[in-house]
Design a protein around this ligand. Structure first.
Ligand SMILES: Cc1cc2nc3c(=O)[nH]c(=O)nc-3n(C[C@H](O)[C@H](O)[C@H](O)COP(=O)(O)O)c2cc1C
Length: 352
């Protein structure tokens, strides 16, 4: 087993994308691991009638091609979201397209959905050997005009292979994608993907929950529209959210790079957005809080703001996989300190 603290200086000497590829390679070889420990029972939670051993999940983008789902579950994540995957393979944007903002504990990326395509993704999903909750995060090919048709293709391909599905309409790096968050577009998209799930999932015992992942840069009226459309169409949940185009008080050299910002500087913006959506949806649909989580306090803040589940990615780059154990231990302590006996009791506590 390789200890991340030893590996990190070497990884940080590589360019960030190569470092990521080395990490994926090491995970596939079984070289990273050994952090497994049974979860504290207070962290167990039920969402969409599924039993999550803990509420801390891996956000989309780390395992875009569904290559390391089992190793990531083995590291202690309560669930893993693979993708975004596009129907056809596509290269994404020219390199460099991933930047470490070390002084800010942040990352900027403009990958633009580099994807091996659905065939490869589906094949990998089919090779899972371990139980665990896995989400399939779906994107669209750059050149597809009818975006909904790409999400329909994604649903057709993965519907029986993932525990939940996500339509990602909030990557800032695919031209026009975020326009799908406008009221009429999101309404049509949600209607079409729900029909696709019904159609392609009809032989399944139960349909996987379908979520939409939105960005943190929406204005009040856009948020209100999305919340209303989600409730009207009985969408199963929302992920709040993706990376931001804003640049809140950064000091790193690469702060002006184009792309989506993630990591610590996103925490406050993303949590405000989550909190707003919890109020708008009146706690009626589960929300996944994502953006800037780096410790147990951050995860707990997301839960109190209204998240039933939490996801992270960027903090993993800076803290390595032992972060997962640390966050879970801190979160369990915080839940107990406030007198709650479950995660569910703490969800939305700030609004009461
Ligand atoms: C390098 C990188 C690639 C990402 N790729 C995707 C993606 O393909 N699909 C997606 O929905 N989100 C993607 N994200 C966004 C993350 O899932 C997450 O929403 C965002 O990074 C905020 O969480 P964090 O601050 O914990 O990183 C990516 C993030 C990073 C840093």
């Amino acid at each position: 087993m390789i200890v991340y603290d030893l590996l990190k200086p070497l990884l940080f000497r590589l360019n960030p994308e190569s470092a990521h590829n080395v990490a994926i390679w090491a995970l596939r070889q079984g070289l990273v691991g050994g952090y497994q420990k049974a979860d504290d029972p207070i962290l167990a939670t039920r969402v969409w009638d599924m039993a999550f051993p803990n509420p801390i999940g891996l956000a989309a983008g780390f395992d875009k091609h569904a290559q390391v789902i089992d190793p990531m579950l083995n590291l202690g994540f309560g669930f893993v979201e693979a993708g975004s995957v596009t129907p056809l393979p596509q290269p994404g944007n020219p390199k460099p397209r991933l930047f470490r903002l070390t002084q800010d504990a942040a990352v900027i990326n403009r990958f633009g959905f580099n994807s091996h395509g659905l065939d490869y993704f589906v094949n990998n999903l089919g090779q899972r050997t371990r139980r665990g909750i896995v989400g399939a995060n779906l994107g669209k090919n750059k050149l597809t005009l009818d975006a909904a048709s790409d999400y329909e293709k994604g649903i057709e391909a993965v519907v029986g292979l993932a525990e939940y599905l996500v339509c990602n309409v909030s990557s800032p790096n695919t031209p026009g994608l975020r326009g799908l968050q406008a009221r009429s577009q999101i309404d049509e998209l949600i209607k079409r993907v729900l029909i696709a799930r019904e159609k392609f999932g009809k032989k399944l015992k139960r349909l996987p929950p379908l979520l939409v992942k939105v960005g943190p840069d929406l204005d009040e009226s856009q948020m209100a529209d999305i919340a209303e459309v989600a409730l009207m169409n009985r969408l199963d949940g929302l992920i709040l959210g993706n990376t931001t185009l804003t640049r809140p008080g950064l000091s790193s050299l690469d702060a002006d790079q184009e792309g989506g910002l993630s990591g610590a500087p996103l925490m406050s913006l993303a949590t405000q957005c989550l909190s707003h959506f919890y109020r708008l949806t009146e706690g009626k649909i589960p929300l996944i809080g994502c953006g800037g989580v780096a410790n147990g306090k951050d995860a707990y803040a997301k839960i109190r703001a209204g998240a039933s589940l939490v996801q992270l990615y960027s903090a993993l780059i800076y803290q390595g996989p032992s972060l997962i154990l640390t966050i879970k231990a801190q979160l369990a302590d915080l839940i107990r300190a406030d007198g709650f006996s479950s995660i569910a009791q703490a969800v939305g506590a700030d609004h009461r």
